[in-house]
Design a protein around this ligand. Structure first.
Ligand SMILES: [Zn+2]
Length: 95
């Protein structure tokens, strides 16, 4: 079971984040490769998009950012679930 953390000030994205919370709970995230602590999912709003990373709860090492919104290459609309699952996959692959 994994935990979703976010900035409480990000009111505009809270509805999608509430939905994402259940999804994050069902994710299996590997422990941190550096310190062995548990990982968590962070979501924050940034320029009208939601930025998602998986990061270590202790040493704060993290995956690169995944963003929601319209993809320039491929033209897909990235939803918050897509961003979370992409970040989780990167974390578990150690990329
Ligand atoms: Zn760590």
């Amino acid at each position: 079971m994994s935990r979703l953390v976010h900035n409480p000030g990000d009111k505009d994205m809270l509805s999608s984040i509430d939905l994402a919370d259940t999804y994050v709970n069902s994710l299996e995230l590997r422990r941190c490769p550096f310190c062995g602590e548990e990982a968590e999912v962070y979501a924050g709003s940034m320029c009208g998009r939601i930025r998602v990373v998986v990061l270590c709860s202790k040493c704060k090492c993290s995956t690169p950012s995944e963003f929601t919104g319209h993809e320039l290459i491929g033209g897909k609309d990235i939803m918050v679930y897509d961003a979370i699952s992409a970040a989780a996959a990167r974390w578990n692959r150690r990329q």
